[in-house]
Design a protein around this ligand. Structure first.
Ligand SMILES: [Mg+2]
Length: 375
């Protein structure tokens, strides 16, 4: 049987790119364990590490200072079921011009033999020399960089490089042809004269991330969305707070709505509807949400106070309205009278729980939850 080979660079895709000559310098790339174990378990790939380690054996990088962290990396990967069938590591320096140094293929002669299926083999690396190696060898390549850099790929590599991504989950799904398990992510960079917002959203997360808008009460509320929606969110907003909170709150609502709409994509396999009844001391909040593709906002809330701390209560409504508009979802919210802090917090939590239900995806279904055929 012809084996398909997954050629794996080490620095820049498994561990962070640097001269790893102490245990402290081992820093794993996020997602590498889960993705490589999925690929390993699939059983269809022969794993070969191909790495240049410049000048190992010279006084500035003695052999043992390479070996100790390298063995630790292999041992940690092995613990997750990730083993390598072969290792090809070149210790020379660029000026030595060694035939085994990437992108040259002096070490990889065995793969040219008949029992390997090079045409369907893939090299994963973070440098263009890795892509060049794939070209020299006659296999395909995945360039492990931010997809935004795809346009920087030189013309000569266009037919060799089959995918550009630095998200390990996405790469594993791509190689295993499991699009329905690929992470649903969106990145928003939004700059206006009033605000600058950077946002990374992963719908298939575990409630990790951080939120910073420089408005303490708003951060506290968005933290509820982060924890209770199950999404991973990295949100940083710098707004014209010297004017007031208005632009920042509104633009964060818009950006968050845009990110959900983008990450949901064509909405295949999702629940679409979400609802939550949530109590918090004396208040009872009720939120229903439908990712229908049409914005509609129902607000049945009365705050007895104008401010919670320094945060104007009218901005709670404005945030949710902005979200509903840009996510193109139907959002219905109500809460009974009570302490204004409790009212707001219960609404944010119920919103997050409703989101969690609505975005839930059945990975075995590619059905669109609509009789119209489009959402
Ligand atoms: Mg590298």
């Amino acid at each position: 049987m012809h084996k398909r080979v997954l050629f794996l660079d080490r620095d820049g895709i498994i561990v962070e790119e640097m001269q790893v000559d102490t245990l402290e310098k081992i820093q794993y790339i996020p997602g590498v364990f889960g993705a490589l174990s999925r690929l390993r378990r699939a059983g269809s790939w022969y794993f070969a590490m191909v790495s240049n380690q410049d000048g190992v054996g010279t006084p500035s990088f003695p052999k043992e200072t390479f070996e100790i962290p390298h063995q630790r990396i292999l041992e940690t990967l092995r613990g997750e079921g990730i083993t390598f069938d072969a290792e090809h590591i070149d210790f020379s320096l660029p000026e030595d011009n060694c035939p085994g140094r990437k992108p040259k293929i002096g070490m990889l002669g065995e793969y040219k033999e008949q029992n390997y299926d090079l045409e369907h083999s893939v090299m994963i690396g973070d440098r263009l020399t890795d892509i060049q190696l794939a070209k020299n060898l006659g296999c395909k390549a995945i360039w492990f960089v931010n997809p935004k850099q795809a346009s920087e790929l030189p013309e000569e590599f266009k037919d060799v490089c089959i995918y550009v991504n630095d998200n390990w989950d996405a790469i594993a799904s791509f190689l295993l042809d499991e699009d329905n398990l690929a992470p649903r992510v969106a990145t928003i960079d939004r700059k206006t004269k009033e605000t600058q917002i950077s946002l990374v959203l992963n719908l298939d997360g575990s409630g990790r991330g951080s939120v910073q808008t420089h408005i303490p009460f708003f951060d506290h509320m968005l933290d509820q969305v982060l924890r209770h929606s199950g999404c991973n969110i990295e949100l940083h907003a710098h707004g014209d707070l010297v004017v007031d909170e208005h632009h920042t709150v509104e633009d964060v609502g818009i950006a968050l709505g845009q990110a959900f709409a983008a990450a949901l994509g064509d909405k295949r396999g999702i629940s679409r509807y979400g609802f939550e009844l949530l109590t918090m001391d004396e208040v009872l909040a009720q939120v229903a949400l439908d990712f229908s593709g049409r914005p509609y906002f129902q607000w049945n809330v009365e705050f007895k106070r104008e401010y919670i701390g320094t945060f104007p209560t009218e901005m709670v409504e404005h945030f949710f309205k902005s979200f509903s508009d840009s996510a193109k979802c139907n959002l219905s919210m109500q809460v009974n009278e009570g302490n204004a802090h409790h009212q707001a917090e219960a609404l944010f939590k119920a919103f997050a729980r409703a989101l969690r239900q609505a975005i839930h995806r059945n990975p075995y279904s590619m059905e669109l939850p609509s009789t119209k055929g489009v959402l």
